[in-house]
Design a protein around this ligand. Structure first.
Ligand code: PHE
Length: 347
């Protein structure tokens, strides 16, 4: 009886080894483990006969059973490892693990955001703070404090989007000048980016667009400072060979006022390409880029500034800069959220 059980155990070991060697898949291997070593398996069945033995013979059989069990488990684990390795090798033979990975799509910033960041970054390094104001503005800050009294043509209902008699969607970022001067004393140096709204919609106008305002107020600030600053800024954005010119202009809140042109980056300011007029600057060699001027004394008065003080302000359209910088010829594409357009811009 005792020898019978020990032989059964030995045979079980040999059978298990043979079967394991033949197992081709992890599932088949697992089935074998259950068949031989499981709670109701072949080993358990042999062991169930142990109580029939004389107690003095049991330890020897028990010890053999343990040996066989450990051996079987080792066979099982080794085979399991081999099968895993084989399956990995099969996978690798189908894929080239040296191919570069595909980079996950991370999204990108809108070109308007990119230009706002760039412009704020440049002025930030020149010592300017970034300021902001609400898009729903009071009439007084959008117009009156900027030297545009009630009958002024710029307040025309055709241009402005009024909410109530005294509130409207701001038509420019210039009210941030007023808010900043009301909140602080000079010296002031700020830039203020943001959305502005006008009742205008065609190929080159959208009812909402972005501007960035600049304001510097202090002592002995002159138009030469304005010119030098704008030149440094423009050359930073469009390249150091870009020229600028001031053209006399008019804004109610600056005096004197100017519009600033930059030399066309497409034709290099020549106005023509291979004998044909440049289409971007329409043959002039210049592109209008912003409005500016020395802050009008009436504006200082409206914010309660007095005494020996001077300064300048400027304002520019962000989409216009983005179009020139990235060579975009359709304004509307900025607001269509077409990812084929948007994903061309970096972070
Ligand atoms: N606010 C003016 C506009 O919208 C631009 C401007 C700003 C002009 C500051 C002069 C000074 O056109």
């Amino acid at each position: 009886m005792e020898m019978d059980l020990i032989n059964s155990l030995k045979n079980l070991g040999l059978d298990f080894e043979k079967a394991v060697n033949a197992a081709a898949t992890p599932d088949a291997l697992e089935d074998l483990r259950i068949e031989y070593l499981g709670r109701k398996g072949k080993l358990a069945e042999i062991m169930s006969q142990l109580p029939k033995l004389d107690p003095s013979l049991r330890p020897a059989v028990g010890q053999k059973a343990n040996e066989i069990k450990v051996e079987c488990q080792q066979l099982f684990e080794a085979k399991k490892g081999n099968l895993a390795k084989e399956s990995e090798a099969r996978t690798l033979s189908r894929f080239d693990p040296t191919l570069p990975g595909r980079e996950p799509w991370q999204g990108s910033l809108h070109p308007v955001s990119l230009v706002i960041r760039e412009v704020c970054g440049i002025f930030g390094r020149l010592g300017f703070d970034v300021a902001s104001g609400p898009e729903v503005e009071i009439d007084r800050y959008n117009f009156e404090a900027l030297n545009m009294p009630p009958e002024h043509p710029a307040r025309d209902m055709q241009d402005s989007l009024y909410i109530t008699d005294s509130t409207l969607l701001r038509t420019h970022t210039s009210p941030v000048q007023v808010r900043t001067m009301l909140a602080r004393r000079p010296p002031i140096a700020i830039v203020a980016p943001g959305k502005v709204y006008r009742r205008d919609s065609d190929l080159t106008h959208t009812p909402m667009f972005h501007q960035i305002e600049g304001l510097m107020v202090g002592k002995d600030i002159t138009m030469a400072h304005l010119r030098g600053l704008l030149q440094a800024f423009i050359q930073n954005v469009f390249g150091r060979h870009t020229k600028i010119r001031f053209r006399p202009s008019f804004f109610p809140f600056t005096e004197p006022s100017a519009e600033v042109d930059i030399s066309c980056m497409i034709c290099g300011g020549k106005g023509e390409i291979n004998g044909a007029p440049c289409r971007v600057c329409k043959g002039t060699g210049w592109l209008e880029i912003l409005g500016c001027g020395m802050v009008d004394p009436n504006v200082y008065e409206s914010v309660g500034y007095a005494g020996d003080i001077s300064g300048f302000a400027f304002g520019m359209g962000i989409e216009r800069i983005a179009m020139l910088k990235y060579g975009i010829n359709d304004l509307r594409i900025f607001f269509q959220n077409d990812t084929r357009f948007l994903e061309q811009f970096g972070l």
